[in-house]
Design a protein around this ligand. Sequence first.
Ligand code: ADP
Length: 393
Amino acid sequence: MIVLVINAGSSSLKYQLLDTATGQVHAKGNCERIGIDGSFVGHEENGSGKRRLEVALPDHKTAIKYVFDILSEAGFDTDKIEGIGHRVVQGGWYFPESKVVTEKTLGWVREVAPLAPLHNYAEADVIEICREMFPSIGNVIVADTSFHYNIPEKAWRYALPRDVVDRLHIRKYGAHGTSHRYIWKKTAEFLDGDVHKLVSCHLGSGASLSAIEDGRDKETTMGLTPLDGLIMGTRCGTIDPATVAYLMREGGYSIDEVDTMMNKQSGLLALSGLSSDSRDIEEAAEGGDANCQLALEMFYYRTSQLIAEMAQSMHGFDTMVFTAGIGENSSTMRLGVAKELEWLGVRIDEEANKVRSGEPRVISTEDSAVKVLVVPTNEELMIALDVEELLSK
Ligand code: ADP
């Protein structure tokens, strides 16, 4: 099936057109600065280089129309596109699995939007526009939280007053669920089913871990929002929650300032004082920059601590997978994290770890107590497979 996958933010829209049978990506791109001066589209077809197209994009509707126009020029008119998959960041309590778009399911995306206002409202608008403009194409909602929805109550419940958490729907929702679900599927295929308790490490500019036992999620590091858990590019991850009140009371910061500080000005960026990109930090650390060295050390420390926490929730682990920007590309970060886990019997083959490849691969030694792999993630393919499954019913 030829599926268009759309991932909208408040001022951006990423798209990818792919074939579920082969996984081939026919075209992909990103619309940036929607509703802001200087908007443009980066577009790529069949793996050819990216073209930057300066184009006025006053709103999401114009952006979608433009995407369909360039896809049509590339030979994929609306007759060829058989389904549209929409990545929704927050599915709340309505999407324990992906669902076909109807008035009702679309309403749910809006209803839970206060939990992720920047993304959900934009994606809901985009879904509505797609339904209006291309009524013959089916739409499917794939929420990033779905995979985590059925973790045990002892894992998702927060120890706050029941009336408050019930009224405001406060719980652990997690994120990156589509990636973690893909990692389980791909790893099980690659290892011919020889995987039982897996810790999936999605380490990108946003980062989270998931404890997956026989395909079912048991625990994850992100919480009510994607701010919780690991130290990330610009997010602080887990800190004492009282820090929020202290910053406001003693520091004089407003709630929006605290929110921006913790989401956009913290993490590796704050620790290094240089960059949120692990490549810059690795290079500066190599050159002797003490802040960057500490940033890396803290990243290894926190990530390994939470890997052990994931393993604890399954009472053990046999497999660990690195994925996403850092997990797939940085042999330094992988080694740093794995070294912290040596006491658990984790052993990395340093030569295998250095190999660069777009394919799944094992990087642990034969005698490692836990098999360690690098598996490139593919959230778009996972979304497209859900679209195919639901629309063929
Ligand atoms: P997201 O999807 O959350 O934006 P990605 O999964 O694309 O993030 O990861 C982006 C991050 O991955 C970059 O900020 C950088 O730190 C890291 N990264 C990407 N490529 C490399 C590389 N070749 N070597 C080291 N780190 C890399």
